[in-house]
Design a protein. Structure first.
Length: 463
């Protein structure tokens, strides 16, 4: 990508590093490198992993190829307000969380990137218009000026639309739901988030969508490359409100893990995941160039930067460091082969890979959350191994007993009528032994069988 003159130029891009990709059993501080990246369709060469590895069984092994549905909730960032120059038209087809107009060659959005992994992606927004003006199968239920208090209503509308989908089976496909909230709310109302309403919205989504990966984005944090800790929006509101938003988002993950409504039969649901990011962080040498004039909304360039930051954050996890990356020239990352999944809390410290050829039987327990787990099929392997060991043991005992009994038997010699002498195996001197001589009469008895005469002979070898 050509370097914009207004942006900070780095001498050399540093490879993004993330834990757990090189070796899934390394400690949390272990690192690996992401070597593959892309800037457009021509340079897109991300390897497909779904054909080789088991993916999509939970939020711990969810890959970009597994996402079949994209949806959006929230405020004007998701509606695309102001993206069409000098108007307040909602350009939903260009909004970074949900827009699907053009391709990554002309418009880089999260859905357009996902489309390169799955060309049957559903729910994408196209064109301009309000929520009710565009078709219901476009799963963008965001509304301009929405606050955290209105999220339950949007969640119910999204669930209704998803259940009405006809182009895909919503119960079988993974849905990525991106929620942008707080940017307008924190600037216009200067209030902390409605925690209970946000939690209610998440409950509605967890009950209404069978497979959902929710990305909750807080207010945008736009700063200068020179002073990345200074948020431009702080001039419009108090710093304490940003702290309250950040603290609220940090509690969501813990609350969802412990909240029984999110659990299934006493276990944490593996098909509902939440990634709560307190701020949508964007840096630039000239950060004001990312805003629509006199409004706390991102312009087209700002949406492109937001896409890049969010995508790379999803792929690399919390190790994605803007102090080492320049958004204007940084590329879009491909998933690492060591961990080809979205980086979530379930695989941050342990990323488990399971190949299709390693799966035996149809009763696999492929839950990948919470660290290393054994598959149920191993029970069958253990039983089979035990049976083989028992059979082998019994066989050895039987053969050994047979050989032992045979070694104790007396030597038997059968004399043919044609021979008059008997050959006796040599023995050591002064060893007494007994043996049985068998001779056969040349005549047959009345039963038609040969009559056998047995004589016991004792002898002693003398010198």
């Amino acid at each position: 990508m050509d370097l914009n003159a207004e942006d900070f130029a780095a001498e050399k891009l540093t490879q993004a590093r993330l834990p757990g990709a090189a070796d899934s059993q390394q400690p949390p501080d272990a690192v690996s490198l992401i070597f593959n990246s892309f800037n457009n369709r021509k340079t897109f060469s991300c390897p497909r992993t779904k054909t080789d590895f088991v993916t999509g069984t939970g939020t711990g092994d969810l890959s970009p190829e597994d996402i079949g549905i994209i949806a959006a909730m929230g405020d004007s960032l998701a509606t695309g307000t102001g993206l069409w120059p000098h108007t307040d038209i909602e350009f939903r087809g260009a909004a970074f969380p949900i827009g699907g107009d053009a391709t990554i060659d002309g418009l880089v959005t999260v859905p357009n990137i996902l489309h390169e992994f799955n060309d049957k992606l559903a729910g994408v927004s196209h064109g301009m218009g309000t929520r009710n003006q565009l078709p219901a199968h476009q799963l963008n239920v965001a509304e301009g000026g929405a606050t955290s208090s209105s999220m339950p209503e949007q969640a119910r509308e999204l669930v209704r639309r998803m259940k009405a989908l006809r182009e895909v089976d919503a119960d079988q496909e993974w849905a990525m739901v991106i929620i942008t909230i707080g940017t307008e709310e924190i600037c216009t109302q200067c209030e902390p988030p409605d925690y209970d309403s946000l939690l209610e919205a998440l409950l509605i989504l967890s009950k209404g969508i069978r497979k959902a990966f929710v990305v909750l984005l807080g207010p945008i944090h736009v700063s200068s490359s020179y002073q990345q800790q200074a948020n431009l929006l702080k001039y419009a509101t108090s710093y304490d409100f940003f702290k309250e938003w950040a603290n609220a988002f940090k509690q969501f993950r813990l609350r969802i893990v412990s909240f029984s409504e999110f659990n299934c039969d006493g276990r944490i649901s593996t098909t509902f995941g939440l990634l709560a990011l307190p701020m949508l962080t964007i840096t630039s040498r000239y950060p004001y160039s990312l805003f629509i004039a006199n409004r706390p909304l991102l312009n087209r360039k700002g949406h492109m930067y937001a896409t890049k930051w969010l995508w790379n954050r999803l792929i690399t996890g919390p190790t994605y460091n803007l102090s080492l990356a320049v958004l204007s020239e940084d590329a879009y990352y491909c998933p690492a082969m060591g961990c080809p999944y979205f980086r979530t809390a379930e695989n941050r410290h342990y990323c488990r890979l399971l190949r299709h050829i390693d799966v035996i039987g149809n009763d696999e327990d492929l839950t990948l959350e919470g660290g290393p787990k054994t598959r149920r099929s191993r029970k069958n392997l253990y039983v089979t191994a035990a049976i083989v060991i028992v059979i082998a043991f019994c066989t050895v005992i039987s053969i050994g007993s047979l050989l032992y009994q045979m070694s104790k038997q007396v030597l038997l010699f059968t004399f043919h009528p044609l021979f008059s002498n008997v050959s006796i195996l040599p023995f050591q001197n002064n060893v007494a032994f007994s043996y049985v001589l068998y001779s056969k009469e040349g005549k047959m008895n009345e039963g038609g069988t040969e009559k056998v005469i047995k004589r016991k002979v004792s002898c002693k070898n003398s010198s």
